[in-house]
Design a protein around this ligand. Structure first.
Ligand code: PXG
Length: 466
């Protein structure tokens, strides 16, 4: 396996780190802590592996940031970008103009999404896509003469992005604590997290209870005030929270009953992650709108958007007049050309089938065999995403003391052993590139076991298990 030569090694790691902390404010980062520690400088990648500036190889079990579905180094995407940059690097889609890649991508997205989707609104990212959702669902009810239907219901511990609307839709208390969020008209219900909220109930019974929180909230607000419900099929950044099988069908029933629009945020689950093209297909519901980003270009260039179901599209098109909303980069030709090449490659390599029939079930079996590990209270997967719940005591899923950051301890061992796995509180999560093979899963599992053992040894030595 060869990786292209890189500009990274032009400067020493210490030099990169000094320049980095002098000028670059990183997202979701304590700037002072990072400056003290120095950033890890990643310089090249191939397939499912990354290399840092020191030449250390890392198995990237997080697909960059849940996005590099086709893996690194796919020449078809590079070629598509190069061709499009030469021919037409940019033109906008405002003022009655369009470019061929944007039109072709819209056409192809209508083909690979569920049948209710025939239209797309492009954005530059998932956050922008969710801003579009907020404006669009409110506009929809305005046009229908129900302007008081404004409220959007979301969930605690959801992640829907970092713009004002995205962070408001999200249910992360740390984000709401900064910048006066949530913005008005966005409310939250509990998440369908069985291990935390459903103890004493079967998973399926808990799924119905958690969905019932939506009905209770709608009745509390009055259905005539509620515009939409938004949720990730599986909460990604919140720790890969896989809901009980009963949850989403019941959410669908409730939205149908009260006429509330159902929005699926597919930024992480879309493009094959769960073993179907879309998370809503795996989890069994039929959304009116779907946000996408990340996997649409496998992260090679930024692109996002909203699939608009015919229920909404028809009203916007036939009765709406001008929708006063859009971004300079809505339908960016280079991003769209890369997305086209990416989706064609997903089809050509049969990656969705590969996840559904081959590596998804294989990963599930591997995680199942981890369950015996003394540190694990749960080990679950869906397609090619999974989570390990780290507990002090398997019985009753007893957590570690609040001052023990067990996830960070585990993550440090992962980095030191050449594995990128994320920690979300006490959950270790993975979402490897869809091109991963069985033998690469074996390699990943060896690293995961080693890091769990090292973390357990730490915990025993430090007295955290007592
Ligand atoms: N919706 C979902 C479900 C996401 O996961 C966004 C929207 C926002 O997309 P943009 O492209 O604006 O970032 C996301 C992004 C993490 C992590 O720590 C997850 C995301 C972003 C950054 C960090 O797991 N997801």
């Amino acid at each position: 396996m060869t990786a292209a030569p890189t500009a990274g090694s032009r400067r020493s790691t210490a030099d990169w780190q000094a320049a980095d902390s002098a000028h670059f404010l990183h997202p979701f980062t304590d700037f002072q802590a990072l400056a003290a520690q120095g950033a890890r400088i990643i310089t090249r990648a191939d397939n499912i592996y990354l290399w840092d500036n020191e030449g250390n190889k890392l198995l990237d079990a997080m697909s960059g940031l849940w996005c590099v579905n086709v893996g690194y180094g796919q020449q078809a995407l590079v070629d598509a970008a190069t061709r499009q940059m030469k021919e037409l690097p940019f033109y906008n889609a405002f003022f009655q103009t369009a470019t061929p890649p944007a039109i072709e991508l819209a056409e192809l997205l209508a083909e690979v999404t569920p049948p209710q989707f025939q239209h797309v609104f492009f954005s530059g990212s998932g956050s922008e896509g969710n801003d579009t959702v907020v404006r669009m669902v409110r506009r929809y009810w305005d046009i229908l003469g129900e302007p008081e239907r404004q409220v959007i219901i979301s969930r605690d511990n959801a992640y829907h992005g970092s713009t004002m609307a995205g962070a408001s839709l999200g249910g992360m208390s740390g984000m709401h604590a900064q910048g006066g969020l949530p913005i008005p008209g966005i409310v939250h219900i509990g998440q369908p997290y069985w291990a935390e909220l459903g103890q004493g109930m079967s998973r399926d019974a808990f799924g119905l209870v958690a969905a019932g929180w939506l009905e209770a909230k709608i009745l509390d607000l009055g259905a005539d005030k509620v515009a939409a419900f938004i949720g990730e099929p599986i909460q990604g950044a919140g720790g890969v929270i896989i809901p009980p099988a009963t949850y989403w069908p019941e959410i669908q029933r409730i939205c149908d009953q009260y006429g509330v629009l159902l929005v699926s945020d597919e930024v992480i689950c879309g493009f094959g992650r769960t073993g179907q093209w879309w998370g809503c297909e795996t989890l069994g519901y039929r959304p009116d709108l779907m946000t996408f980003a990340k996997g649409v270009t496998s992260g090679y260039v930024p692109l996002g958007g909203v699939m608009v179901g015919e229920r909404v599209a028809k009203v916007l098109i036939e009765q709406g007049g001008e929708f006063t909303h859009g971004y300079t980069y809505s339908g960016h030709p280079v991003a769209c050309a890369v997305a086209l090449a990416n989706i064609k490659l997903i089809r050509e390599l049969k990656l969705v089938e590969h996840v559904r029939d081959e590596v998804g079930p294989y990963l599930a079996a591997q995680f199942e065999s981890l369950r015996e590990h003394p540190l694990l209270g749960d080990a679950e997967t869906c397609g090619l995403t999974g989570a390990l719940l780290l507990v002090k005591d398997k019985v009753g899923l007893k957590p570690f003391a609040p001052e023990v950051d067990i996830g960070m301890a585990c993550r440090a061992h992962c980095f030191a052993n050449g594995l990128i796995m994320r920690a979300v509180g006490n959950r270790m999560i993975i979402a490897p590139p869809l091109v991963i093979t069985r033998s690469q899963i074996d390699e990943m599992m060896t690293l995961i076991r080693r890091c769990l053992d090292l973390t357990l040894a730490d915990a025993s030595r430090q007295g955290w298990m007592a």
